[in-house]
Ligand binder design. Structure first.
Ligand code: ADP
Ligand code: ADP
Length: 236
């Protein structure tokens, strides 16, 4: 379902991602590991079309996504929702509204400006929060929540878009071990229960071993490992 073919991204005259290719043919939980600067984040940003590729193709169910523009590009962006290390919530806005903002691409600007969401959207947001165990946080400001709760709000916002793929850029790098485990368990549960592919940039081998079906190791923009957690040895 996902085919990455010879994708390169050059900044200045240095490749951040250097001719990478791989295929993922089922909704797997894929971890991308590698040191800081390896090109992991640049790759996710190209998938989500937050940044352009310099060369190559990315095919999702046979459709090229690197050339999409305008409304087609925005539609793609809601099919591959992204979550970030720093959660990227609106801190002073309540949790439910933060989740509803996952629909910004799909609802009228005027309605969203005045926080006039259809009742069905509001109910769905609350159901998703309930599923992630944080329904009682819905009326609170995002900034009042713990980091682990905030990341679950970000996951809820992503789910609001009903994405095929969830891209997670260092989703637990700012969390303590207990919250990190809750967030990883949540992502894994969504992956298995909903059949959504998850591609997560991770910085520890242990997390990759524990949660992933497949691990891709990057170094200096290139893929240096691609296999199961069992096949993974140290030193990526
Ligand atoms: P093995 O057959 O020994 O498990 P493979 O390299 O064929 O080794 O697969 C590694 C693992 O990575 C698989 O068990 C699977 O979980 C995952 N995997 C491999 N290839 C794909 C793929 N094309 N799409 C999704 N997941 C894959
Ligand atoms: P990782 O996520 O693995 O830490 P990144 O994808 O963030 O790696 O970065 C890969 C390389 O690309 C690094 O050398 C980084 O400095 C460079 N890079 C990333 N974004 C930019 C940018 N916007 N402008 C210039 N260089 C960048």
């Amino acid at each position: 379902m996902l085919e990455v073919r010879n994708v390169t991204r050059i900044f200045g005259n240095r490749p951040a991602v250097d001719n990478i290719s791989f295929t993922i043919d089922r909704p797997a939980f894929v971890g991308i590991i590698g040191r800081s600067g390896a090109g992991k984040s640049t790759f996710l940003r190209m998938m989500n079309r937050l940044t352009d590729a310099s060369a190559g193709r990315i095919l999702v169910e046979g459709r090229e996504i690197l050339g999409l523009t305008g409304a087609a590009r925005r539609a793609w962006q809601s099919q591959c929702a992204m979550i970030f290390q720093q959660f990227n919530l609106v801190p002073r806005m309540d949790v439910a509204s933060n989740v509803l903002h996952g629909l910004l691409n799909r609802r009228s600007t005027l309605a969203t400006m005045f926080n006039l969401w259809p009742q069905t959207d509001i109910l769905r947001a609350l159901q998703i929060l309930d599923r992630l165990g944080i329904a009682e946080q819905a009326p609170k400001r995002a900034e009042a929540l713990s980091g682990g709760q905030q990341q679950r709000v970000a996951i809820a916002r992503a789910l609001m878009q009903d994405p095929k793929i969830i891209l997670a850029d260092e989703p637990i790098a700012s969390l303590d071990p207990m919250n990190a485990q809750i967030v990883m368990d949540t992502l894994r549960r969504i992956n298995l229960e909903d059949g959504r592919m998850v591609i997560a940039n991770l910085h520890t081998l242990d997390t990759a071993r524990r949660y992933c079906d497949r691990v891709i190791g990057m170094r200096d923009g290139r893929i240096v490992f691609d296999g199961t957690p069992e096949q993974l040895s140290t030193g990526v």
